[in-house]
Design a protein around this ligand. Structure first.
Ligand code: IP8
Length: 270
């Protein structure tokens, strides 16, 4: 259900709709090396957000965890919740601390704008698409930033990993005026027909179409590309422009919003 808009905007600025972006963990960090952020990529993405804001768009950034979350979460099986007899308490604290670190880097890149930070552990309970948490906090005019996190869960799990892709789904479907939902990824221009150099970009992907994707079981504790496509398909039932793009080319994000087209994969609901 869409929420009603309850905040006043600056009347001198024309409101151009809400853009929700995922900054993939593999885009903004080196996924194989613990806690290594790509500062230059983050700064390019932040500039892109600045351009959208200056054109009158509200922007929400959801960032993934990359090497600040997945590596340790995997080692301590945090996505499986509280495992009796296995000491995971320190790991929960450590992964949250590492995620705060990445989040601080992202926030710093956006510090010329009015930003609102939302750590999921502060307002979300449970994991997956049906998590509970009040999303009205994302309605205030400004740039909102949130991320995949370790959140509290009902017993017996007690905690678990909430993916940024589930936040993408709920925010895109429940907030009003969402015009564009863009998943910026690090290692691909979009969805590909086959793995490797022979693979071709799929310009429009429909729910039942085949695509090639590899789940990095050794790294990812959430669903990787398969969760992303599932969530993107659900979002496309509600939002006209849902895209997967190469986040190294931030001009493609702007092209989608300005022209409705770019080099990337558009997720179609038909
Ligand atoms: O990278 C995962 O979020 P995602 C969060 O958005 C953690 O799937 C802490 C591994």
């Amino acid at each position: 259900m869409k929420r009603r808009y309850r905040f006043e905007r600056d009347p001198s600025r024309q409101f151009m709709g809400r853009v929700i972006m995922k900054w993939g963990g593999g885009l903004i960090s080196d996924k194989s090396t613990l806690c290594t952020a790509y500062a230059d990529r983050i700064s390019a993405l932040a500039k892109c957000v600045g351009k959208l804001v200056s054109k009158g768009h509200e922007v929400i950034v959801v960032h993934g965890a990359g090497s600040f979350g997945h590596l340790r979460a995997r080692e301590y099986k945090l996505s499986e919740g509280d495992i009796p007899g296995f000491d995971q308490e320190d790991a929960v604290i450590l992964v949250r601390k590492d995620m705060d670190h990445l989040h601080e880097i992202v926030l710093a890149s956006l510090n010329t704008m009015d930003t609102f930070s939302h750590a999921p552990r502060d307002f979300v309970k449970n994991t997956g698409a049906k998590f509970t948490g009040d999303l009205d906090r994302f309605l205030r005019p400004g740039v909102h930033i949130t991320f995949g996190d370790v959140v509290d869960c009902d017993p017996p799990l007690n905690f678990g990993i909430l993916s940024g892709d589930d936040l993408m789904l709920r925010l895109s479907v429940e907030l009003p005026d969402v015009t564009h939902v863009i998943f910026a990824m690090g290692d691909t221009p979009g969805l590909m027909t086959t793995p490797g150099a022979d693979g071709e970009l799929i310009p429009i992907w429909r729910v039942d179409d085949q695509f090639s994707g590899q789940h990095e079981h050794g790294i990812d504790v959430t669903g990787g590309i398969f969760l992303k496509t599932e969530r993107a398909a659900a979002i496309s039932q509600h939002v006209e422009h849902v895209w997967f793009v190469d986040g190294l080319h931030t001009e493609r994000i702007l092209e989608i919003v300005e022209n409705g087209y770019t080099y990337g994969t558009r997720i179609s609901n038909s």
